[in-house]
Design a protein around this ligand. Structure first.
Ligand code: NAD
Ligand code: ZN
Ligand code: ZN
Length: 351
């Protein structure tokens, strides 16, 4: 089969590799029909994730058909259409039992292993460990393109942004950064009851998209002197937003998030940070604030499928570009230069 193979920083090749086979009796093999590229794949290609070694097949998002199951797979059947969760769940360790499989201890100490510690989904076939826990049946009426957004981005926006931020009925929510992850937080904050969602970015295309995804207001960082002050000015009483969701991963947006919340407010940090930020506790100890961080758990797929089927969310809006799987190198070019191409998610479909 063919797959995107990592050959060290800056180097990936769509090349012929051996087909995956069942290794453990709880494995399944899935023929990948739809996959996509994540910002994390670009981090890996920059060399930012040293656990990814040469020869690794990239990708942690996908929808496909089960072609083979191991002897201990009891629920998932050959021929079923499935969404592959980016988080692998053994189902029995203390973290899995606590509904925090992002820290599943059975598969390398972390739940994200596809395209990281084991071969991933940017391939014609993929081996899925603990298939009964990590594969989600694709129901009637949900398309592959909708389903593939449930592998990673929608659960990330919902779980680490909206749920950790405790977005509640009537809340004023700031979403700082409107890439796919920020947009996923915006999309899922609407059914959570947010009354006002203020999208913050410097990219005019993405801010326009944010309004389509459910934002009520936008702030272009290039058009205001003080982003936090602009956010406070848009809150109900000027005291600040109830929840600030940080979806970038740099000091500037962390500072904005902290400076924009009201006393009692929440900062939900979703961004992956590469360096330290400051926390001025001398200013904030008095403010009764809550700060959360986290890696996606991938435990909200059923809830998200219900929202797709009821029409509450429309994840097909993420797709800006479509390619045959064979042209995945071209898709990488577009995604790596997302700003020039007005790209959000690029969809790859097997022939
Ligand atoms: N916690 C998790 O489990 C998890 C999972 C997936 C992704 N992430 C992280 O979430 C973050 C967002 O991912 P993405 O794919 O949407 O990334 P992206 O790069 O596509 O989007 C980031 C957006 O932030 C905007 N931006 C940059 N600097 C800004 C600033 N100073 N103020 C406001 N906006 C600014 C950019 O214009 C861009 O639109 C990344 O750090 C990613 O690694 C976290
Ligand atoms: Zn991802
Ligand atoms: Zn586990």
């Amino acid at each position: 089969m063919k797959a995107v193979v990592y050959h060290g920083p800056g180097n990936k090749v769509w090349e012929e590799v051996p087909n995956p086979t069942i290794i453990d009796p709880t494995d399944a093999i899935v023929k990948v029909e739809t996959t996509t590229i994540c910002g994390t794949d670009l981090h890996i290609l920059k060399g930012d994730v040293p656990a990814v070694t040469e020869g690794r097949i990239l990708g942690h998002e996908g929808v496909g058909v089960v072609t083979e199951v191991g002897a201990e797979v009891t629920d998932i059947k050959v021929g079923e259409r499935v969404i592959i969760s980016c988080v692998t769940k053994c189902g029995v360790c203390s973290y899995c039992l606590a509904n925090m499989p992002s820290h599943c201890q059975t598969v390398g100490g972390i739940g994200w292993i596809f395209g990281h510690l084991i071969d991933g989904t940017q391939a014609e076939y993929v081996r899925v460990p603990f298939a009964d826990n990590g594969l989600i049946r694709l129901p009637e009426g949900v398309s592959d393109e909708q389903g593939v957004m449930l592998s990673d981005i929608l659960p990330t926006g919902l779980e680490i942004g909206v749920q950790y931020g405790d977005v509640s009925q009537g809340d004023v929510v700031a979403v700082i950064g409107t890439g796919p992850i920020g947009l996923a937080a915006i999309m899922t904050a609407v059914p959570a009851g947010a009354a006002k969602i203020i999208a913050v970015d410097g990219n005019a295309f993405r801010l326009a998209q944010a309004l389509e995804f459910g934002a009520t207001d936008t702030i272009n960082i290039n058009e205001v002197d003080d982003v936090a002050a602009a956010l406070k000015a848009k809150s109900d009483d000027g005291l600040g937003v109830d929840v600030a969701i940080e979806a970038v991963g740099v000091a500037a947006t962390w500072n904005t998030a902290l400076a924009s919340i009201r006393p009692g407010g929440n900062v939900a940090n979703v961004g992956v940070h590469g360096s330290a930020v400051e926390f001025p506790i001398q200013d904030h100890w008095i403010n009764n604030i809550t700060i959360t961080t986290g890696l996606v758990n991938g435990v909200t797929a059923e809830e998200l499928l219900d929202e797709i089927q009821s029409g509450a969310i429309a994840p097909e809006k993420f797709t800006t570009h479509r390619f045959p799987l064979d042209d995945i190198m071209e898709a990488y070019d577009v995604f790596e230069n997302a700003v020039d191409h007005d790209a959000l998610k690029v969809i790859l479909t097997a022939g």
